[in-house]
Design a binder for this molecule. Structure first.
Ligand SMILES: [Zn+2]
Length: 407
């Protein structure tokens, strides 16, 4: 099957340039050639897709979502009261919503009962529609930490949101278990969180030794790892232990930022997650403890984000889509927030394409429009580099050479 996309404005994400009048030739699910329209030649035999009045770019990658949830003010009780089957079905719907918003690839940062992997496999087998998924399976944390479900002690035994470890040996075992059931990477809850009860976002939970044991299991298999981490001590422990990406990082200090630059650690700021919790507030039904924590962590985030840009840290695009009022399909607002915090618009686009592809070690498959890459392509009505609000309304979505949206 041959397709030719006529692009009015074309952003390959190989670099920062936007070209006019480009034709992308696609064979089955692969990009075959990228040519100037004047040199495209005879397109008979091709199905021609006319996007000559659009801005065309690679499919977006969100490096931090949770398909299990969708913006519920307090999601944990809901997850506990439904079967894993229900969770998987709802997750499938959330993943499809992400695809229809332009995210042709998503990284799930922790799901209950390996339901993320169920959805990923169903998508890959063509049973349901959704983005490419890069999955963490069940996240790993400590007793009383961010992924320790906080119910009655009798319920907790049966319904853990995360895998609970309290020693390096237990960490190693949990990491191996996670890979055994099909995870693409490991997710560690290194510090306390915003939505979890009774912990401190700034305090370290998983120790350096525990993280080292977990990350060594991932590294020895050529896999990556990511750490939910707000506080500076937990962040530095994770970086030293060899983590691939720091998620949130909202209470990082200067030393932590310098270490990220030195180690080449990726930074996924998820500004929108804290922003939405504060915007909705207690009036929106969010527990007071969570609103208080979010306010605390966002305070220094803008300042540190600017420093991270200045230090040349690899900043990826991730949204934590799922957290309160942070709905799947609406996470494109993160582009505007990254810009509000000081990132150039074109850099926000590169964060969600080229940078994220490299983070996932999928840079030879996705993240740019080049010959040999998978045909994951999206389009917008005008140039988002001039106004990032355009990102909230994707008009064309192609994944693997198949068109899912064209309006
Ligand atoms: Zn998350």
């Amino acid at each position: 099957m041959l397709k030719a996309i006529k692009c009015g404005m074309f952003f390959s994400a190989v670099d920062e340039t936007v070209k006019n009048d480009v034709v992308v030739l696609i064979e089955n699910n692969l990009i075959k050639e990228v040519k100037n329209a004047s040199e495209a030649g005879d397109l008979s035999g091709y199905e021609v897709i006319d996007l000559s009045n659009k801005f065309v770019m690679p499919g977006l990658i969100d490096a931090h979502v949770h398909v299990n949830m969708n913006g519920e003010p307090d999601p944990m009780p809901g997850l506990a009261l439904q079967t894993l089957g229900t969770t998987a079905l709802k997750s499938a719907k959330n993943a499809e919503t992400d695809l229809m918003a332009g995210f042709t690839t998503i990284r799930d940062e922790g799901a209950t009962g390996f339901t993320d992997i169920a959805v990923r496999d169903a998508i890959n087998q063509g049973i349901i529609i959704g983005p490419r998924m890069f999955c963490s399976g069940i996240a790993i944390g400590t007793t009383g930490g961010h992924c320790d479900s906080h119910y009655s002690p009798y319920i907790e035994e049966k319904m853990p949101f995360g895998q609970i470890i309290d020693s390096p040996d237990e960490g190693r075992k949990a990491a191996r278990y996670t890979f055994k059931y099909g995870a693409d990477q490991i997710k560690i809850m290194a510090t306390g969180g915003v939505m979890s009860v009774g912990d401190e976002p700034g305090a370290p939970d998983v120790s350096y030794e525990e993280m080292k044991a977990i990350i060594d299991v991932a590294t020895s298999r050529g896999r990556i790892s990511s750490a939910h981490a707000h506080g500076a001590v937990g962040i530095k422990n994770a970086i030293k232990a060899g983590i691939t990406s720091i998620e949130h990082g909202m209470m990082i200090d200067d030393e932590g930022l310098e270490m990220m630059a030195e180690y080449g650690t990726y930074f996924i700021p998820t500004i929108i997650a804290a922003y939405n919790i504060i915007q909705a507030g207690i009036a929106g039904g969010i527990p007071a403890e969570a609103v208080e924590k979010a306010t605390l962590v966002l305070k220094n985030h803008e300042k540190n984000f600017k420093k991270a840009i200045a230090l040349g840290i690899n900043i990826g695009f991730g949204t934590d889509a799922a957290t309160p009022y942070n709905k799947h399909g609406e996470q494109t607002r993160e582009f505007g927030l990254m810009n509000m915090f000081g990132m150039e618009p074109v850099q926000t686009l590169l964060a969600a394409t080229k940078v994220n592809a490299k983070l996932l070690k999928w840079e030879n498959k996705v993240g740019s429009i080049e010959p040999g890459k998978l045909a994951d392509i999206v389009a917008f009505d005008s140039n988002p580099i001039e106004d990032l609000k355009v990102m909230n309304n994707v008009s064309f979505v192609m994944k693997d050479g198949v068109v899912y949206k064209n309006k």
